[in-house]
Design a protein around this ligand. Structure first.
Ligand code: AMP
Ligand code: GLY
Length: 429
């Protein structure tokens, strides 16, 4: 049996911990920093070390000596946490800084895709605002603009309005609303089609990449995809958009070339390669790659998994994924709805008391994201995205019904909570 250190504090990390807790090989779980939900898992503890505190995380690992370290978010991966921990002899799930560039630098990711023939939107890269504006004047739109670096999912604008595009370019490059992430601006070809997230276990050492079922997330705040982009408002999986033919095509045209690309670049990539795809008329194309488990995709995918997650994470971390047998899934469907604080994704309050976190509904899981225990031990909100409510059932319709019934019955309730009402509706029609 081994102890496991999980870095992060979101719904994704709670879901990872929940699933790893089911493994007969998992002894003690340590979350840094974790949330109100991870604090309540059996045989688990939260340690108050933040994801930006690389030295603190290394010290924690040296102290606790976990048999596996799983890094949830992209920022510590991009900062080289996995490299440092590997150098200390730990088994780490998550790529080093070089591999994490696939997410941390959109410009590098675009170059990587062009070197290895991975289909994606054509792009122009600008390090000068005037050049970017001149280019926008020369094109009819719609416009897709992206800050090069990490911007917490908010560095992208898709618009038909040229003035809005110019204003965004100015904010990113001149006003630096995303800091140094805006030193370089990408203007991309506009693509159309449904979007699917494909998360794959990727191990360049043994040369193996293994996709999980396709999941669909909802990024906009409002029903019908209205309003601002968020960190994710809902999810479902698997999607019928990813039939076996499409999975084979994505493996052949996107995932295998990425694996070979990493190998040819001498990049040791052991973790999740997340391909955000658009299924265009000309075939699947990459919108973005991420270097980690998706949030909220993970919360929907892990309840479908029947295999022991620990075995797969450990084999990946050790560069032995070829030794794994196929992952087993139930024939079920997950639907997940995110409860967010009033005002999110703008400014919102924290510390709002939560009622109903201890209610139980058959076939429904409550994964915590922005929650914490206050000094009195009371569960309160601690972020914009507060809970993920996931139902896993024999059909999308039944899972939808159960999620919304649970919310209506008060599961996870707090004052001012908001959520989308149309998650997975399109898959029913
Ligand atoms: P990203 O942060 O790169 O995932 O982009 C956020 C969202 O913007 C995506 O989920 C898409 O809906 C949209 N988007 C990004 N790139 C494009 C593109 N080239 N064409 C159309 N929509 C895009
Ligand atoms: N669900 C989007 C992401 O994890 O980036």
């Amino acid at each position: 049996m081994i102890d496991i250190l999980i870095v992060g504090s979101g719904g994704r990390e709670h879901a990872l911990g929940w699933k790893l807790r089911q493994s007969p090989e998992a002894r003690h779980l340590i979350f840094a920093p974790g949330n109100g939900g991870t604090a309540r898992l059996a045989n688990s503890e939260n340690v108050a070390v933040g994801i930006e505190d690389i030295e603190g995380l290394i010290k924690l690992a040296q102290e606790k000596k976990p048999g596996l370290i799983v890094v949830g978010p992209e920022a510590p991966l991009a900062a080289g946490l996995a490299d440092r921990l590997r150098a200390e002899g730990f088994d780490v799930f998550g790529p080093g800084a070089q591999g994490a560039q696939i997410e941390a630098s959109k410009a590098w990711a675009k170059s990587f895709m062009s070197w290895y023939g991975i289909p994606t939107a054509a792009r122009h890269t600008f390090d000068n605002l005037n050049d970017a504006i001149n280019y926008l004047y020369s094109e009819p739109g719609p416009y897709v603009l992206k800050a090069d670096g990490l911007a917490a999912g908010k560095g992208v604008l898709v618009t038909e309005d040229r003035n809005e595009a110019i204003q965004f370019a100015t904010q990113v490059m001149l006003e630096r609303i995303f800091g140094e992430s805006g030193a370089v601006l990408l203007v991309e070809e506009y693509m159309q089609g449904p979007e699917v997230s494909v998360l794959a276990l990727c191990d360049t050492k043994s040369g193996f990449i293994f996709p999980l079922p396709g999941a669909c997330d909802y990024k906009r705040i409002g029903d019908g995809d209205a309003g601002a982009n968020t960190g994710g408002m809902g999810v479902y999986a698997p999607t019928r958009l990813m039939g076996s033919k499409m999975v084979a095509q994505v493996l052949r045209e996107i995932l295998m070339p990425a694996l070979h690309g990493f190998q040819q670049q001498g990049i040791d990539y052991r973790g999740i390669l997340y391909a955000g795809l658009m299924l265009t008329d000309a075939g699947p194309k990459v919108v973005e790659f991420n270097c980690r488990f998706g949030d909220p995709e993970t919360q929907a995918l892990l309840p479908l998994l029947e295999s022991d997650l620990l075995e797969y994470l450990l084999l990946t971390a050790q560069g032995r994924l070829t030794e794994a047998s196929s992952l087993r899934y139930s024939n079920k469907y997950s639907v997940g709805v995110v409860l967010v604080a009033e005002g999110y994704p703008g400014t919102y309050q924290k510390g709002i008391p939560i009622t109903g976190a201890d209610l139980h509904f058959d076939g429904v899981e409550l994964f915590h994201a922005g929650t914490a225990l206050n000094p009195d031990g009371q569960l309160v909100t601690n972020g914009g995205r507060v809970f993920n409510i996931i139902s896993t059932e024999s059909s999308i319709s039944l899972a939808r019904k159960k999620v919304y019934n649970a919310i209506n019955a008060g599961l996870g309730a707090f004052v001012g909570m908001q959520y989308r009402h149309d998650i997975a509706q399109r898959e029913e029609e």
